[in-house]
Structure formats: structure tokens, C-alpha cells
Design a protein around this ligand. Structure first.
Ligand code: PXG
Length: 302
């Protein structure tokens, strides 16, 4: 398998070797975190939910008045071309659009040319045994900024809040943590959404509570409803997590991963629960059956 340094990177319209894919030190993405990103997966040579990820990217761009210099069609082609140029079938794709180079000063109007980068590589977030045995989580002190401070719906390059939570996780020896909002409700992990199963129904925090409305989250809710599992978007407290029958996280990187303990409390029987296993399997069956094809084949679906 190619090492990351041998990857072909899309940068501002061209595919170049990673060593040549460089950005200016005056890029406001670097200087101020002024930009947006997406993390996307490809399974078996098809990009999963590409349209949804691009819609979210363009919505994030609109919210920060950043004009992406390509149409969605051109961006779709650029993503597919980048995966193909790297010969990848199972891939992790990082799309970054930054404000671009400007001067030393916050003003985004001084940045006429956004920087567009697409990286196609692989990602292994957690070792396989974590998926089999489930994760042990903790809640952290750092809170999610309120929606009117920095709306988490904008998938911006300002991930310091998430990184501070990850630092807390690392210091305390946890692979992932649960973050609360300003009201004390559980909202999400550092890069994943949270679900609990209680009384035979699935619950996940609602949009506008401080979550990024994850695409994996939306897929899992749809799968759950198709499996006749009652699914609710409701505020969740730590008490609800501690006393849940099951808990799991969802995200492009994390996929669907069971949680077996939180803050020292075993969740349910302390093993990955049956609904979690069922949803995880159904998620993989779906994710590996649909998507935008990278190599020559008929379109299979969205
Ligand atoms: N919440 C936050 C704060 C996220 O950043 C999710 C939820 C899940 O959303 P999706 O659409 O992926 O189901 C995310 C996504 C990484 C990484 O490198 C992070 C994300 C996605 C991909 C990779 O850790 N965040």
C-alpha cells in the first residue's frame, strides 16, 4: 500500500505528488482556521454519500461567505479523479476549502482565491478489537460552544474545541469522550454523533443542540426506521447514557461503534448490544452496496 507521502493530491485544480502539494503561509486557513472541510469514505470503489457531503460542504461555504471556485459537478469529478489517481477502493477522502492566501489581518475580502485540496488516503481510527469489544468513554469538562457562538453545522477548520476534548481524552486514557452542551445535555463525541437504546427505542440528540448533523447519523436513523426500530431525536443527559441498554457512536471515520462503559458505569450488560450489532451490520451492507462509482461501472445508487 502506498505511503501517504506517495499520494497524488488534488490542489487548486491539479493532481500533484504530496511533496508538491503545498500551501502559502499566508493562507487564512492556516493563519485563522478560516475554511471548511469534509471527511468522506469510499467503500469498494464507490464514494459513499458524496452528494450529501458536497451539499454540506457548499452549505458550510455559504454560511461563511466563501465561494468555492468549482461547481458541485466539477467537485464530484475532482473527488472521483483523486481517488482513482491513487488506485484506492476503500478510502478516506479529506476535502478542504480554505479562504486562501491573503495578508496579515482577519479580513477575508483580502483573499481572492480560495485554496481547494482533496486528499484520498486510508484511515484506521480504532483497532478492530475496539469495534468488537466496544469502547469505554468518559464525559469531559470542556463544553460545546452554543449554536449562536459558532454553529457546529458549519464544518469549519476551527476544531480546537474538539481537539481540547481529545486532549482531555488522551490525558485520561480514553479513546473518545462525550461532550456536553452549555445546558448540560450530551451532544456528541470529538468527531462522531451519539445514540442510545432505551426501552426498545433509539434516541439521539436533536439538531441545534450543538451537534454536527452527521451523515452517518442520518443514514443510521433511516436504517433503524426501516428496521422498525422507533427512533427519536431527543435531549439526552449523562444519566440517560449511564442507564441506557445500549450506546454507540456514528461518524464517517468511526462508522458505527459500540460503547460499553461511560464514566465507570457499565452500559446495559457491559457488552456491545444487539441493536448496535444489527445497525452496524446493516450500515456496512448499505455502505458497501451504494455510492458514486470511481472506476468503470454503472451507477448503483446514492
Ligand atoms: N460530529 C462532529 C463534530 C464531526 O466532526 C461527526 C459528528 C460525524 O459526521 P459524519 O457526517 O462524518 O457522519 C463529525 C465528522 C476525523 C474525522 O478525522 C472527523 C469527522 C469526519 C471524518 C473524519 O477524525 N467528523
Amino acid at each position: 500500500m502506498a505511503d501517504s507521502s506517495e499520494r497524488q493530491i488534488f490542489i487548486n485544480g491539479q493532481l500533484v505528488p504530496a511533496a508538491q502539494a503545498t500551501i502559502s503561509v499566508f493562507d487564512h486557513g492556516f493563519l485563522y482556521g478560516d475554511g471548511i472541510f469534509e471527511g468522506i469514505r469510499a467503500y469498494r470503489g464507490r464514494v459513499f454519500k458524496l452528494k450529501e457531503h458536497l451539499d454540506r460542504l457548499y452549505d458550510s461555504a455559504k454560511a461563511i461567505l466563501l465561494e468555492i471556485p468549482y461547481s458541485k459537478e466539477e467537485m464530484t469529478k475532482a473527488v472521483v479523479d483523486t481517488v482513482r489517481a491513487n488506485g484506492l477502493h476503500d478510502a478516506y477522502i479529506r476535502l478542504v476549502v480554505s479562504r486562501g492566501p491573503g495578508d496579515l489581518g482577519l479580513d477575508p475580502t483580502k483573499c481572492p482565491h480560495p485554496t481547494v485540496i482533496i486528499i484520498a488516503d486510508t484511515i484506521a481510527l480504532y483497532p478492530e478489537h475496539v469495534y468488537q469489544q466496544g469502547m469505554t468513554l468518559a464525559s469531559v469538562a470542556i463544553r460545546r460552544p452554543a449554536t449562536d457562538v459558532l454553529n457546529p453545522a458549519i464544518k469549519s477548520l476551527n476544531y480546537l474545541n474538539n481537539i481540547l476534548a481529545k486532549i482531555e481524552a488522551n490525558l485520561r486514557g480514553f479513546p473518545e469522550v462525550l461532550i456536553l452542551n452549555q445546558e448540560g445535555y450530551v451532544v456528541e463525541g470529538t468527531g462522531d454523533n451519539v445514540f442510545i437504546v432505551k426501552g426498545g427505542a433509539l434516541h439521539t440528540p436533536p439538531p441545534y443542540s450543538g451537534i454536527l448533523n452527521g451523515i452517518t447519523r442520518q443514514v443510521v436513523m433511516k436504517i433503524a426506521r426501516d428496521l422498525n426500530l422507533d427512533t427519536f431525536e431527543t435531549p439526552i443527559t449523562l444519566h440517560d447514557v449511564y442507564t441506557a441498554d445500549e450506546c454507540f457512536l456514528t461518524g464517517t471515520a468511526a462508522e458505527v461503534i459500540g460503547v460499553v462503559q461511560c464514566d465507570g458505569r457499565a452500559i446495559g450488560n457491559g457488552v456491545v448490544g444487539p441493536n448496535t450489532i444489527r445497525l452496524r451490520e446493516a450500515f456496512f451492507a448499505y455502505a458497501t452496496a451504494v455510492g458514486t462509482p470511481v472506476y468503470n461501472e454503472a451507477v448503483v445508487g446514492a
